[in-house]
Design a protein around this ligand. Structure first.
Ligand code: FE
Ligand code: FE
Ligand code: ZN
Length: 309
């Protein structure tokens, strides 16, 4: 259990929870209510090893950092290893995978060198993703580091337009952010603006991080329908391709971005369960980014699988 300190930080807004039972509810038959579930894995032992590991964990999707999240270097890829992973994914009925770009990649830094570096990383990552066609590449839109939101959005869109081609076999996902510091993507409107400026918007989607949107001020506890309806109005649910499934150590609107284990944070188990079973989120890959070791991830994966029974 979380400590009392953690809980006292939680401000739960419950107003409006009865609102907004929208039409999607009836449109998804009960037996089709199923998400893909997995967690972040290390690529250290190669690609096929990640697939086999996730099967052992009981899951059917996963995420990995395309390069060292801090350092930025990549390893050479063994095509046979990639083929073996592709066979494994097919054999075990995996959902789409959700690769994660480096935290050091900032496409809208005030420093030109950082932006140029970010663009290089993005280009190389997407080239590599072509070895695993049909999956997702998620990244943090960036931090404008003082340039202002408008300038940041323009730089992110410009960078995407330089590397996203019509023949790309990957959908690039913008992650919803908590809005800490000068982060872009703390509101659905900011993500929408980036997509609006894309030359190939059909190659761009969104990954909803439950901890981040909650910290950003979207009330997933009191009014999950309202949050998803707002997402639909601003961005469009057809662009929602993946979920980062995390509880939060802090209250709604805290803008902190500290993930918590499922049920031990301010979102809480009831709300997490409602999100996992929400009709408009079915068939999406859900990635756990909770502070866990292997056993914790295995437990959380099985919790979600039990909800689906
Ligand atoms: Fe992320
Ligand atoms: Fe995330
Ligand atoms: Zn986070």
């Amino acid at each position: 259990m979380n400590d009392d300190m953690g809980y006292s930080q939680c401000i739960r807004k419950t107003e409006g929870s009865e609102r907004g039972v929208f039409h999607f509810y009836e449109s998804v038959p009960m037996e089709e209510k199923m998400i893909f579930i997995g967690c972040h894995l290390s690529v250290t032992d190669g690609y096929e090893a990640m697939g086999k590991r996730m099967t052992r964990f009981g899951g059917n999707t996963f995420a990995w950092f395309t390069r060292n999240p801090r350092g930025g270097k990549t390893r050479a890829v063994d095509p046979e290893d990639i083929d073996a992973l592709r066979m494994h994914l097919q054999k075990d009925g995996f959902g789409p995978l959700v690769a994660h770009g480096s935290y050091t990649m900032n496409l809208c830094s005030a420093k030109e060198e950082t932006r140029a570096n970010g663009l290089d990383m993005l280009r190389q990552d997407l080239e590599r993703m072509e070895l695993l066609p049909g999956n997702y590449y998620n990244f943090h839109p960036g931090s404008h580091t003082g340039q202002g939101i408008e300038a940041g959005i323009t730089q992110i869109a410009d960078a995407l337009n330089l590397v996203i081609t019509p023949d790309l076999h990957t959908t690039v996902l913008l992650e919803t952010m908590a809005g800490k510091g000068s982060e872009i993507g703390g509101t659905f409107e900011e993500l929408r603006e980036i997509i609006d400026r894309a030359v190939h918007p059909e190659k761009i989607g969104v990954c909803l991080d439950t901890c981040h949107v909650w910290d950003g001020g979207y009330d997933l506890v009191g009014d999950p329908d309202g949050v998803l309806q707002h997402f639909d109005t601003v961005i469009g649910l057809e662009r929602l391709k993946a979920v980062h499934f995390n509880d939060s150590k802090n209250g709604c609107g805290s803008r902190k971005d500290r993930h918590e284990k499922l049920g031990l944070g301010c979102i809480g188990m009831d709300a997490m369960k409602r999100i996992a079973l929400h009709p408009v989120l079915q068939n999406l890959p859900f990635i756990l980014e909770t502070p866990n070791e292997d056993e914790g991830y295995i437990r959380e994966i099985h919790t979600v699988l039990e909800w689906q029974q």
